[in-house]
Design a protein around this ligand. Structure first.
Ligand code: GLU
Length: 457
């Protein structure tokens, strides 16, 4: 421990490490959850040093423990008549500032660690949006890849037949994440409505526009990420105009990040899926990606059949070796490790905006911060999706729907606020330029104050 630490800083550091050790002890083998907790806890040391009241009231001990974690069996019958069994999860992590809110992920990698890391991050992300939403997350190890539409429907109906017991417009409001889009939300909403026997539109967000969805929700995460990065760029007199951008992924977040970056005058030269990436020196043709991914549900390698000047490379890591001004990781957790981060820095990257949840490892974040790369952490940069989900809940409560322009303007101002609040918090705690700390601190303080006010619950 460096001798420059004051007594209160030393006490805060000891407190934080003892909580972190107990998280590791009580949640063995949950490496993603440990990683998410470590990132937050390290940022909070200066907060505890300045406000010992948070230590006294056990805020940290309580915040790392989910209020509730539900796991359940999801049996369904495939098209060949075979019984399949998947595992369903919902973590209801924190309800200090509003009903639990967060997406559902359907992916074979889903387990308790993944759901808990996502749910934990969601607490602070949701707080940062300024909206009244607590933190939750859920999903299943179900693999939607290669499943027929009827199989998807049977699975989602079975999933909801158990999940409906735990959710509701004022209790817990799920939405999409990896593997869960408009189609899955539609099937789940239909099943929920059928079981409940009433039209509770606000129980899910990301709904279709014709039955209570919000305009701009589809675009919100990708657009929001670009709005956030734009704020960072402006702080150094830079912009998207004329810049070269690499965006990983080709799902909902990635597609609308590419869309907005292109609208702002950038050239997006690469995107990817879990098999590999395409590099298109002419700029990625978004119509092709949208059709391949959203309609035909095909692999990104097929892009080059229509655009022969583009190059497809098997494997995902190589995308970060492409020279670019701005990198937007919009695929999945831990997709940028320290080596990829170093490569991006060597190639002159100026800004990184995390569209996915926790796409950079702790070591990669270190590389970006040490090299003064503008770094927009996920909790801040990808909060636009859940922010517009909260706006969808508002519209459902009012039985009204706002125009695309209205919602987009609200999203834009929410992203600006998140940026400014993160900057202010980083400066207030002597860490200017460190938006990881800024976002973590700003997100934490709102939840901690609400927890303090509500007593030990
Ligand atoms: N899955 C998204 C996220 O990671 C959106 C959640 C929501 O809209 O509730 O924030």
């Amino acid at each position: 421990m460096p001798s420059t630490l004051t007594g209160s800083e030393q006490a805060a550091e000891q407190y934080v490490s003892s909580v972190y050790e107990s998280v590791i002890r009580r949640n063995p083998h949950e490496s993603e959850f440990h990683q998410a907790v470590k990132e937050i806890l390290d940022s909070l040391i200066p907060v505890f040093a300045r406000h010992p009241k948070y230590m006294k009231h056990g805020i940290l001990e309580r915040i790392v423990e989910p209020e509730r974690m539900i796991t359940f069996r999801v049996p369904w019958v495939d098209d060949n008549g075979n019984v399949q069994v998947n595992r369903g999860f919902r973590v209801q992590f924190n309800s200090a500032i509003g009903p639990y809110k967060g997406g559902l992920r359907f992916h074979p990698s889903v387990n308790a660690s993944i759901i808990k890391f996502l749910g934990f991050e969601q607490i602070f992300k949701n707080s940062l949006t300024g909206q009244p939403i607590g933190g939750g997350k859920g999903g299943s190890d179900f693999d939607p890849k290669g499943k027929s539409d009827r199989e998807i429907m049977r699975f989602t109906q079975s999933f909801m037949t158990e999940l409906y017991k735990y959710i509701g417009p004022d209790e817990d409001v799920p939405a999409g994440d990896i593997g869960v889009g408009a189609r899955e939300i539609g099937y789940m909403f239909g099943q929920y409505k059928r079981i409940r026997g009433g039209y509770e539109a606000g129980v899910l967000t990301g709904k279709g526009i014709v039955y209570g969805g919000s305009l701009t929700r589809t675009e919100a995460t990708g657009y929001g990420c670009v709005y956030f990065v734009n704020e960072m760029l402006e702080s150094r007199g830079l912009s998207f105009q004329g810049s070269t951008v690499v965006v990983s992924g080709s799902g909902n977040v990635s597609i609308y990040a590419m869309d907005k970056a292109t609208q702002l005058g950038a050239k997006v030269v690469a995107c990817s899926d879990s098999d590999g990436y395409v590099y298109d020196p002419h700029g990625i043709n978004l119509n092709t990606v949208k059709r391949l991914k959203e309609i035909e549900r095909k692999r990104i390698r097929e892009y080059v059949d229509e655009h022969p000047h583009a190059v497809y490379t098997e494997g995902c890591q190589g995308i970060w070796s492409l020279p670019c001004d701005i990198a937007l990781p919009c695929a999945t957790q831990n997709e940028i490790d320290a080596d990829s981060a170093k490569m991006l820095v060597e190639n002159g990257v100026k800004a990184v905006g995390e569209g996915a949840n926790m796409p950079s490892t702790l070591e990669a974040i270190d590389v970006f911060l040490k090299n003064r790369v503008l770094f927009g952490p996920a909790k801040a940069a990808n909060a636009g999706g859940v922010a517009v989900s909260a706006l969808e809940m508002s519209q459902n409560s009012m039985r009204q729907s706002w125009t695309f322009e209205e919602v987009d303007a609200k999203l834009h101002s929410i992203m600006k606020n998140i940026y400014q609040n993160s900057v202010k918090a980083s400066e207030a705690y002597g860490l200017p330029g460190n938006l990881v700390a800024g976002a973590n601190i700003a997100g934490f303080v709102r939840v901690a104050e609400a927890m303090l006010a509500q007593g030990v619950v």
